[in-house]
Design a protein around this ligand. Structure first.
Ligand code: 5RP
Length: 281
């Protein structure tokens, strides 16, 4: 592996512990203004200090993340479909490698839809993207997107992850499932796990913990962080699992402690807001 590729990968998967906390905020690329991500800049800003990297599209990067912030970027470069369109699997590459280089990204991300109508198109795109990434030393994260009709079991996810790795993906994102070790065992590159739909905080922390204890290198988590009523408390709790070796109870204690801190800050915020508005009266 060349120096640039190694260097960029080390910004995504921390060499200190081989773990990764990627904050996913790319949902709008097919869902539009997802709940709590309507104002992406506002949602992202308080979470930035706690994430290792940020996964998003160029539109949200350019408009909602200050260029001065030192946060490694995982740029989603696939899309072209929407939740109200014909078929979500009909994705293609929507952002060029030149644009990714201009944006100084650390990794490229693209979804593959194994078993779907457009399987071939998305897998061919992955191969092409890996070729481009290899030319410039930029790693590729393959997102194993699961259609409604597919089961999220170890057999299917194991197949999708292995295909992604065979085509050259440097990191693969998938879902946690029973017998996850089998998915890990058959995938020769690091796996990160998506959070999926919003769960109660304790359940989301258990998912993150199960994933890393069964071989995932970390998480690429979105909704279970920023759809929490206490997103900063939640990202700190997830970080305690991913990088701090916390068990689920310890991580939940982090969440509760941080939630209390956030609650005590809220009345101060209201007082400040009232006094500020008084200035304008
Ligand atoms: C959508 C994605 C999301 O980034 C991914 O699903 C992670 O987010 P969440 O934890 O909310 O599931 O790739 O295709």
């Amino acid at each position: 592996m060349d120096w640039g590729m190694k260097n960029r990968l080390s910004k995504i998967i921390r060499p200190q512990d081989g773990r990764c906390l990627m904050l996913a905020v790319d949902h709008g690329y097919f869902l539009g203004p997802t709940e709590r991500l309507e104002n992406a800049a506002k949602t992202i800003a308080p979470l930035l200090p706690y994430a290792d990297s940020l996964m998003l599209t160029r539109g949200i990067l350019r408009n909602c993340v200050p260029a001065e912030r030192d946060i490694p970027i995982v740029l989603r470069v696939s899309g072209g479909t929407s939740i109200v369109g014909e078929d979500l699997s009909k994705e293609t590459i929507t952002t060029s490698i030149e644009e990714a280089i201009k944006l100084n990204v650390s990794c490229l991300a693209l979804s593959i839809f194994v078993g779907s109508k457009y399987e071939h198109q998305t897998l061919a795109s992955l191969g092409k993207l890996v070729d481009e990434g290899e030319k410039y030393g930029i790693p590729v994260l393959a997102v194993t997107a699961v259609g409604k009709e597919m089961g999220r079991d170890a057999r299917y996810l194991g197949l999708a992850c292995r295909v992604a790795a065979e085509l050259g993906a440097h990191v693969v994102k998938t879902y946690y499932c029973d017998n996850f070790e089998k998915v890990v065992e058959a995938c020769p590159v690091p796996l990160v796990v998506a959070g999926g739909k919003k769960l109660p905080e304790m359940d989301a922390l258990k998912l993150a913990h199960d994933a890393v204890t069964h071989g995932a290198s970390g998480v690429d988590m979105g909704r279970n962080i920023w759809q929490s009523d206490y997103p900063v408390a939640m990202v700190k709790a997830v970080k305690a699992i991913v990088h701090g070796k916390a068990d689920v109870k310890e991580a939940y204690d982090v969440f509760l402690r941080e939630r209390e801190k956030a609650k005590t800050k809220e009345p101060q915020k209201i007082v400040k807001a009232i006094s500020r508005s008084a200035d304008f009266d």
